[in-house]
Design a protein around this ligand. Structure first.
Ligand SMILES: [Ca+2]
Ligand SMILES: [Ca+2]
Length: 405
Protein backbone atom coordinates (compact mmCIF):
# COMPACT_ATOMS: atom_id res chain seq x y z
CA UNK A 1 0.00 0.00 0.00
CA UNK A 2 2.77 2.40 0.98
CA UNK A 3 4.72 1.65 -2.19
CA UNK A 4 1.70 2.30 -4.35
CA UNK A 5 1.18 5.74 -2.75
CA UNK A 6 4.82 6.62 -3.33
CA UNK A 7 4.50 5.62 -6.96
CA UNK A 8 1.39 7.78 -7.30
CA UNK A 9 3.15 10.78 -5.79
CA UNK A 10 6.07 10.35 -8.13
CA UNK A 11 3.90 10.24 -11.20
CA UNK A 12 1.99 13.33 -9.95
CA UNK A 13 5.31 15.18 -9.58
CA UNK A 14 6.22 14.13 -13.10
CA UNK A 15 2.90 15.48 -14.37
CA UNK A 16 3.38 18.83 -12.64
CA UNK A 17 6.88 19.06 -14.06
CA UNK A 18 5.55 18.47 -17.54
CA UNK A 19 2.77 21.01 -17.06
CA UNK A 20 5.18 23.71 -15.85
CA UNK A 21 7.47 23.32 -18.84
CA UNK A 22 4.59 23.61 -21.32
CA UNK A 23 3.17 26.90 -19.93
CA UNK A 24 3.84 29.53 -22.65
CA UNK A 25 6.32 32.25 -21.75
CA UNK A 26 4.37 35.26 -20.52
CA UNK A 27 4.88 38.68 -22.11
CA UNK A 28 6.63 41.23 -19.93
CA UNK A 29 4.40 43.56 -17.98
CA UNK A 30 4.86 46.95 -19.62
CA UNK A 31 3.44 50.24 -18.32
CA UNK A 32 1.55 52.03 -21.10
CA UNK A 33 0.54 55.20 -19.19
CA UNK A 34 3.03 58.07 -19.00
CA UNK A 35 3.27 59.98 -15.72
CA UNK A 36 0.49 58.18 -13.87
CA UNK A 37 1.97 59.22 -10.50
CA UNK A 38 1.89 63.03 -10.87
CA UNK A 39 5.14 63.57 -8.94
CA UNK A 40 6.03 66.96 -10.46
CA UNK A 41 3.62 67.69 -13.31
CA UNK A 42 0.24 66.79 -14.84
CA UNK A 43 1.76 66.46 -18.35
CA UNK A 44 0.86 64.79 -20.71
CA UNK A 45 -2.69 64.53 -19.32
CA UNK A 46 -5.36 66.71 -21.00
CA UNK A 47 -8.64 68.08 -19.71
CA UNK A 48 -11.80 69.26 -21.45
CA UNK A 49 -11.92 73.08 -21.62
CA UNK A 50 -14.49 73.34 -18.80
CA UNK A 51 -12.26 71.45 -16.32
CA UNK A 52 -9.40 73.00 -14.34
CA UNK A 53 -6.78 70.50 -13.23
CA UNK A 54 -3.58 70.80 -11.24
CA UNK A 55 -1.25 69.03 -8.83
CA UNK A 56 -2.41 68.57 -5.26
CA UNK A 57 -0.48 66.43 -2.80
CA UNK A 58 1.11 64.35 -5.56
CA UNK A 59 -2.27 63.73 -7.21
CA UNK A 60 -4.01 65.26 -10.20
CA UNK A 61 -7.10 67.11 -8.96
CA UNK A 62 -9.80 68.44 -11.29
CA UNK A 63 -12.53 70.96 -10.53
CA UNK A 64 -15.61 69.81 -12.44
CA UNK A 65 -18.40 72.31 -13.26
CA UNK A 66 -22.06 71.55 -12.51
CA UNK A 67 -24.83 71.62 -15.07
CA UNK A 68 -23.42 69.39 -17.80
CA UNK A 69 -25.71 66.79 -19.39
CA UNK A 70 -23.44 63.88 -20.40
CA UNK A 71 -20.63 61.99 -18.72
CA UNK A 72 -18.21 62.98 -21.52
CA UNK A 73 -19.02 66.71 -21.24
CA UNK A 74 -16.22 67.00 -18.64
CA UNK A 75 -13.15 64.78 -18.72
CA UNK A 76 -9.46 64.19 -18.00
CA UNK A 77 -7.41 61.81 -20.10
CA UNK A 78 -4.26 60.72 -21.90
CA UNK A 79 -4.00 59.83 -25.60
CA UNK A 80 -1.67 58.02 -27.99
CA UNK A 81 -1.48 54.76 -26.07
CA UNK A 82 -0.74 51.51 -27.89
CA UNK A 83 -2.89 48.40 -27.47
CA UNK A 84 -2.23 44.95 -28.93
CA UNK A 85 -5.21 42.82 -29.97
CA UNK A 86 -5.69 39.77 -27.75
CA UNK A 87 -3.30 41.09 -25.10
CA UNK A 88 -4.55 41.41 -21.52
CA UNK A 89 -4.12 44.62 -19.56
CA UNK A 90 -4.53 45.65 -15.95
CA UNK A 91 -6.17 49.09 -15.66
CA UNK A 92 -5.77 50.51 -12.17
CA UNK A 93 -5.98 53.88 -10.44
CA UNK A 94 -6.61 55.64 -7.16
CA UNK A 95 -9.47 58.15 -7.07
CA UNK A 96 -11.48 60.28 -4.67
CA UNK A 97 -14.39 62.71 -5.09
CA UNK A 98 -15.74 65.61 -3.01
CA UNK A 99 -18.56 65.77 -2.04
CA UNK A 100 -19.18 62.05 -1.64
CA UNK A 101 -21.01 59.65 -3.96
CA UNK A 102 -20.05 61.09 -7.33
CA UNK A 103 -19.15 58.48 -9.93
CA UNK A 104 -16.38 58.57 -12.50
CA UNK A 105 -16.71 56.74 -15.81
CA UNK A 106 -13.21 55.41 -16.43
CA UNK A 107 -12.67 54.14 -19.96
CA UNK A 108 -10.07 52.72 -22.29
CA UNK A 109 -11.11 53.54 -25.81
CA UNK A 110 -10.35 55.17 -29.15
CA UNK A 111 -9.16 58.80 -28.81
CA UNK A 112 -10.68 59.78 -32.21
CA UNK A 113 -14.11 59.38 -33.85
CA UNK A 114 -16.07 57.12 -33.56
CA UNK A 115 -14.68 56.98 -29.98
CA UNK A 116 -15.13 53.22 -29.50
CA UNK A 117 -15.05 52.13 -25.85
CA UNK A 118 -13.18 48.88 -25.23
CA UNK A 119 -13.35 48.85 -21.44
CA UNK A 120 -15.32 50.93 -18.97
CA UNK A 121 -16.20 51.02 -15.29
CA UNK A 122 -18.18 53.56 -13.24
CA UNK A 123 -17.19 53.25 -9.58
CA UNK A 124 -18.83 55.46 -6.97
CA UNK A 125 -16.14 57.55 -5.30
CA UNK A 126 -15.51 58.25 -1.63
CA UNK A 127 -14.08 61.42 -0.11
CA UNK A 128 -11.25 59.45 1.54
CA UNK A 129 -10.37 57.69 -1.73
CA UNK A 130 -10.06 54.11 -2.96
CA UNK A 131 -7.82 52.11 -5.29
CA UNK A 132 -9.46 50.36 -8.24
CA UNK A 133 -8.05 47.57 -10.42
CA UNK A 134 -9.51 45.73 -13.41
CA UNK A 135 -8.27 43.47 -16.19
CA UNK A 136 -9.52 43.35 -19.76
CA UNK A 137 -8.40 42.00 -23.12
CA UNK A 138 -7.92 44.45 -25.99
CA UNK A 139 -10.19 43.67 -28.96
CA UNK A 140 -8.05 45.79 -31.34
CA UNK A 141 -4.57 46.76 -32.48
CA UNK A 142 -4.17 50.53 -32.19
CA UNK A 143 -1.74 53.34 -31.46
CA UNK A 144 -4.63 55.76 -30.81
CA UNK A 145 -5.92 54.41 -27.50
CA UNK A 146 -7.03 56.73 -24.72
CA UNK A 147 -7.38 56.40 -20.98
CA UNK A 148 -10.24 58.74 -20.04
CA UNK A 149 -11.94 59.74 -16.81
CA UNK A 150 -15.40 61.15 -17.66
CA UNK A 151 -16.74 63.46 -14.95
CA UNK A 152 -19.79 65.22 -16.45
CA UNK A 153 -23.52 64.91 -15.81
CA UNK A 154 -23.60 66.42 -12.33
CA UNK A 155 -25.99 69.24 -11.48
CA UNK A 156 -23.55 70.53 -8.86
CA UNK A 157 -19.81 71.27 -9.19
CA UNK A 158 -17.45 68.76 -7.58
CA UNK A 159 -13.75 67.94 -7.25
CA UNK A 160 -12.12 64.77 -8.61
CA UNK A 161 -8.60 63.61 -7.70
CA UNK A 162 -6.62 60.67 -9.06
CA UNK A 163 -3.21 59.08 -8.69
CA UNK A 164 -1.23 55.97 -9.62
CA UNK A 165 -3.01 55.60 -12.96
CA UNK A 166 -1.67 52.50 -14.66
CA UNK A 167 -2.38 50.48 -17.79
CA UNK A 168 -0.11 47.46 -17.54
CA UNK A 169 0.26 45.25 -20.62
CA UNK A 170 1.12 41.56 -20.61
CA UNK A 171 -0.98 40.79 -17.56
CA UNK A 172 -2.62 37.37 -17.41
CA UNK A 173 -6.42 37.72 -17.26
CA UNK A 174 -7.91 36.98 -13.87
CA UNK A 175 -10.40 34.11 -13.96
CA UNK A 176 -13.92 35.32 -13.23
CA UNK A 177 -15.21 33.76 -10.02
CA UNK A 178 -18.66 35.07 -9.13
CA UNK A 179 -19.54 35.25 -5.44
CA UNK A 180 -22.77 33.28 -5.31
CA UNK A 181 -22.77 32.91 -1.52
CA UNK A 182 -23.39 29.79 0.55
CA UNK A 183 -24.51 26.67 -1.31
CA UNK A 184 -27.70 26.63 0.78
CA UNK A 185 -29.92 29.03 -1.20
CA UNK A 186 -32.88 30.58 0.62
CA UNK A 187 -35.42 33.38 0.16
CA UNK A 188 -33.39 36.22 1.69
CA UNK A 189 -36.37 38.60 1.93
CA UNK A 190 -38.65 36.50 4.12
CA UNK A 191 -40.91 33.46 4.24
CA UNK A 192 -44.57 33.90 5.17
CA UNK A 193 -45.48 31.99 8.38
CA UNK A 194 -48.29 29.94 6.82
CA UNK A 195 -46.75 29.80 3.33
CA UNK A 196 -44.48 27.31 1.59
CA UNK A 197 -40.81 27.39 2.69
CA UNK A 198 -38.40 25.90 0.20
CA UNK A 199 -34.65 26.13 -0.15
CA UNK A 200 -32.10 24.70 -2.58
CA UNK A 201 -28.82 23.00 -1.72
CA UNK A 202 -26.12 22.97 -4.40
CA UNK A 203 -24.00 19.87 -3.79
CA UNK A 204 -22.12 17.04 -5.48
CA UNK A 205 -23.84 14.56 -3.16
CA UNK A 206 -26.30 12.22 -4.85
CA UNK A 207 -27.79 10.75 -1.63
CA UNK A 208 -30.11 12.64 0.73
CA UNK A 209 -28.42 14.80 3.40
CA UNK A 210 -29.62 16.04 6.80
CA UNK A 211 -30.59 19.71 7.24
CA UNK A 212 -31.14 21.86 10.33
CA UNK A 213 -33.14 25.07 10.74
CA UNK A 214 -31.57 27.31 13.40
CA UNK A 215 -33.00 30.40 15.07
CA UNK A 216 -31.06 33.62 15.61
CA UNK A 217 -29.57 32.20 18.83
CA UNK A 218 -28.23 29.18 16.93
CA UNK A 219 -30.64 26.68 18.51
CA UNK A 220 -31.95 23.94 16.18
CA UNK A 221 -35.72 24.47 15.83
CA UNK A 222 -36.44 21.98 13.00
CA UNK A 223 -34.59 19.28 11.10
CA UNK A 224 -35.13 16.91 8.21
CA UNK A 225 -33.65 15.40 5.05
CA UNK A 226 -32.95 16.95 1.67
CA UNK A 227 -34.52 15.53 -1.51
CA UNK A 228 -31.97 14.92 -4.31
CA UNK A 229 -33.25 16.48 -7.54
CA UNK A 230 -30.41 15.82 -10.00
CA UNK A 231 -29.05 18.48 -12.36
CA UNK A 232 -30.94 21.78 -12.58
CA UNK A 233 -31.30 22.45 -16.30
CA UNK A 234 -30.88 26.22 -16.11
CA UNK A 235 -27.86 26.38 -13.77
CA UNK A 236 -26.21 23.07 -14.68
CA UNK A 237 -25.74 22.35 -10.96
CA UNK A 238 -26.60 19.18 -9.04
CA UNK A 239 -29.19 20.25 -6.48
CA UNK A 240 -31.27 18.99 -3.58
CA UNK A 241 -34.43 20.68 -2.33
CA UNK A 242 -35.30 21.41 1.29
CA UNK A 243 -38.90 21.79 2.49
CA UNK A 244 -39.28 23.34 5.95
CA UNK A 245 -42.86 24.58 5.41
CA UNK A 246 -44.09 22.77 8.54
CA UNK A 247 -42.22 25.31 10.68
CA UNK A 248 -44.52 28.33 11.20
CA UNK A 249 -43.00 30.32 14.07
CA UNK A 250 -42.22 33.95 13.30
CA UNK A 251 -38.78 35.36 13.89
CA UNK A 252 -35.71 37.09 12.47
CA UNK A 253 -32.24 35.79 11.66
CA UNK A 254 -33.01 32.12 10.92
CA UNK A 255 -30.35 30.09 9.07
CA UNK A 256 -30.55 26.77 7.28
CA UNK A 257 -27.59 24.39 7.62
CA UNK A 258 -26.85 21.46 5.29
CA UNK A 259 -23.79 19.75 3.79
CA UNK A 260 -21.45 21.82 6.00
CA UNK A 261 -22.88 25.13 4.65
CA UNK A 262 -24.89 27.80 6.44
CA UNK A 263 -27.39 29.91 4.45
CA UNK A 264 -27.65 33.67 4.59
CA UNK A 265 -29.93 34.75 7.47
CA UNK A 266 -33.64 35.16 6.70
CA UNK A 267 -36.89 36.03 8.44
CA UNK A 268 -40.20 34.24 8.87
CA UNK A 269 -42.88 36.91 9.23
CA UNK A 270 -45.62 38.92 7.59
CA UNK A 271 -44.12 42.42 7.57
CA UNK A 272 -41.57 42.03 4.81
CA UNK A 273 -44.03 42.50 1.95
CA UNK A 274 -46.27 45.18 3.48
CA UNK A 275 -44.67 48.04 1.50
CA UNK A 276 -44.54 46.20 -1.82
CA UNK A 277 -47.86 47.44 -3.28
CA UNK A 278 -47.20 51.05 -2.29
CA UNK A 279 -43.60 50.99 -3.54
CA UNK A 280 -44.78 49.53 -6.88
CA UNK A 281 -47.40 52.30 -7.26
CA UNK A 282 -44.81 54.96 -6.33
CA UNK A 283 -42.56 53.78 -9.17
CA UNK A 284 -44.70 55.50 -11.82
CA UNK A 285 -43.85 59.01 -10.65
CA UNK A 286 -40.12 58.39 -11.30
CA UNK A 287 -41.06 57.45 -14.89
CA UNK A 288 -42.87 60.71 -15.64
CA UNK A 289 -41.68 62.48 -18.80
CA UNK A 290 -41.78 66.26 -19.19
CA UNK A 291 -41.61 66.93 -15.45
CA UNK A 292 -38.72 67.51 -13.05
CA UNK A 293 -38.64 64.66 -10.53
CA UNK A 294 -38.28 66.07 -7.01
CA UNK A 295 -35.48 64.58 -4.96
CA UNK A 296 -37.39 65.28 -1.75
CA UNK A 297 -40.13 62.94 -3.00
CA UNK A 298 -37.78 60.24 -4.42
CA UNK A 299 -34.44 60.61 -2.61
CA UNK A 300 -31.61 59.74 -4.99
CA UNK A 301 -33.84 59.80 -8.08
CA UNK A 302 -34.33 63.57 -8.55
CA UNK A 303 -33.61 64.80 -12.10
CA UNK A 304 -34.51 67.63 -14.51
CA UNK A 305 -37.59 67.39 -16.75
CA UNK A 306 -36.92 65.26 -19.85
CA UNK A 307 -38.11 65.77 -23.43
CA UNK A 308 -39.51 69.30 -23.10
CA UNK A 309 -37.92 70.74 -26.26
CA UNK A 310 -34.64 71.62 -24.53
CA UNK A 311 -31.17 70.31 -25.46
CA UNK A 312 -29.97 67.61 -25.40
CA UNK A 313 -33.49 66.16 -25.70
CA UNK A 314 -35.31 68.02 -28.49
CA UNK A 315 -38.38 65.86 -28.87
CA UNK A 316 -41.96 65.43 -27.80
CA UNK A 317 -43.40 68.98 -27.96
CA UNK A 318 -43.57 69.16 -31.80
CA UNK A 319 -43.43 65.67 -33.29
CA UNK A 320 -44.13 65.05 -37.02
CA UNK A 321 -45.89 62.00 -38.40
CA UNK A 322 -43.94 59.32 -40.18
CA UNK A 323 -43.45 60.69 -43.75
CA UNK A 324 -46.10 59.41 -46.15
CA UNK A 325 -48.44 58.32 -43.36
CA UNK A 326 -49.90 61.68 -42.26
CA UNK A 327 -48.89 65.33 -42.34
CA UNK A 328 -49.72 66.84 -38.95
CA UNK A 329 -47.54 67.51 -35.89
CA UNK A 330 -48.45 66.88 -32.25
CA UNK A 331 -47.39 67.95 -28.78
CA UNK A 332 -47.01 64.52 -27.14
CA UNK A 333 -45.05 65.64 -24.09
CA UNK A 334 -45.83 64.09 -20.73
CA UNK A 335 -46.79 60.50 -19.97
CA UNK A 336 -44.58 57.79 -18.50
CA UNK A 337 -41.30 56.55 -19.95
CA UNK A 338 -41.63 52.85 -20.71
CA UNK A 339 -38.04 52.17 -19.64
CA UNK A 340 -34.57 53.68 -19.42
CA UNK A 341 -34.48 54.22 -23.20
CA UNK A 342 -37.16 56.95 -22.84
CA UNK A 343 -39.63 55.28 -25.23
CA UNK A 344 -43.32 56.08 -24.64
CA UNK A 345 -45.95 53.66 -25.91
CA UNK A 346 -49.74 53.92 -26.13
CA UNK A 347 -50.17 50.14 -25.78
CA UNK A 348 -47.84 49.67 -22.79
CA UNK A 349 -49.14 52.83 -21.14
CA UNK A 350 -52.73 51.79 -21.79
CA UNK A 351 -52.19 48.43 -20.09
CA UNK A 352 -50.62 50.16 -17.09
CA UNK A 353 -53.51 52.65 -16.87
CA UNK A 354 -55.99 49.77 -16.98
CA UNK A 355 -54.13 47.84 -14.25
CA UNK A 356 -53.90 50.86 -11.93
CA UNK A 357 -57.56 51.79 -12.44
CA UNK A 358 -58.49 48.14 -11.77
CA UNK A 359 -56.37 48.24 -8.62
CA UNK A 360 -58.27 51.33 -7.47
CA UNK A 361 -61.63 49.81 -8.36
CA UNK A 362 -60.76 46.61 -6.50
CA UNK A 363 -59.56 48.57 -3.48
CA UNK A 364 -62.93 50.38 -3.39
CA UNK A 365 -65.33 47.54 -4.06
CA UNK A 366 -63.77 44.15 -3.26
CA UNK A 367 -64.58 42.57 0.11
CA UNK A 368 -60.85 42.48 0.99
CA UNK A 369 -60.09 45.85 -0.62
CA UNK A 370 -58.36 48.62 1.35
CA UNK A 371 -59.12 51.90 -0.43
CA UNK A 372 -57.20 53.78 2.29
CA UNK A 373 -53.96 52.40 0.88
CA UNK A 374 -54.23 54.70 -2.17
CA UNK A 375 -55.93 57.75 -0.65
CA UNK A 376 -54.58 61.30 -1.05
CA UNK A 377 -51.11 61.58 0.47
CA UNK A 378 -50.08 57.91 0.20
CA UNK A 379 -47.73 57.96 -2.82
CA UNK A 380 -45.51 61.01 -2.14
CA UNK A 381 -46.21 62.70 -5.50
CA UNK A 382 -46.58 66.43 -6.33
CA UNK A 383 -50.38 65.97 -6.17
CA UNK A 384 -50.27 64.59 -2.63
CA UNK A 385 -52.50 66.91 -0.61
CA UNK A 386 -54.92 67.90 -3.42
CA UNK A 387 -57.79 65.84 -1.90
CA UNK A 388 -57.77 63.41 -4.87
CA UNK A 389 -56.63 59.81 -4.26
CA UNK A 390 -52.95 59.68 -5.28
CA UNK A 391 -53.41 56.57 -7.43
CA UNK A 392 -55.92 58.49 -9.58
CA UNK A 393 -53.54 61.49 -9.79
CA UNK A 394 -50.81 59.18 -11.11
CA UNK A 395 -53.09 57.54 -13.69
CA UNK A 396 -54.20 61.00 -14.85
CA UNK A 397 -50.60 61.82 -15.82
CA UNK A 398 -50.63 59.02 -18.42
CA UNK A 399 -54.26 59.56 -19.46
CA UNK A 400 -53.52 63.18 -20.41
CA UNK A 401 -50.69 61.91 -22.62
CA UNK A 402 -52.91 59.26 -24.22
CA UNK A 403 -55.52 61.95 -25.05
CA UNK A 404 -52.82 63.97 -26.89
CA UNK A 405 -51.89 61.07 -29.14
CA1 LIG B 1 1.37 60.56 -6.75
CA1 LIG C 1 -53.65 63.45 -4.42
Amino acid sequence: MKRRRTAALLSLTALIGTALTTVPAQADEVEQVRNGTFDTTTEPWWTSSNVTAGLSGGRLCADVPGGTANRWDAAVGQNDLTLVKGESYRFSFYADGTPADHTVRAIVGLSAAPYDTWFEVSPQLSVSGNSYSYTFTSPVDTTQAQVGFQLGGSAEPWRFCMDDVSLLGGVAPEPYEPDTGPRVRVNQVAYLPAGPKNATLVTDATQRLPWQLKNAEGAVVARGWTVPRGTDASSGQNVHSVDFGAYRTRGKGFTLVADGQTSRPFDIGTGAYDRLATDAAKFYYTQRSGLAIRDDLRPGYGRPAGHVGVAPNQGDTDVPCQPGVCDYRLDVSGGWYDAGDHGKYVVNGGISVWELLSTYERARHARTGEVERFRDGTLAIPESGNKVPDLLDEVRWELDFLLKM
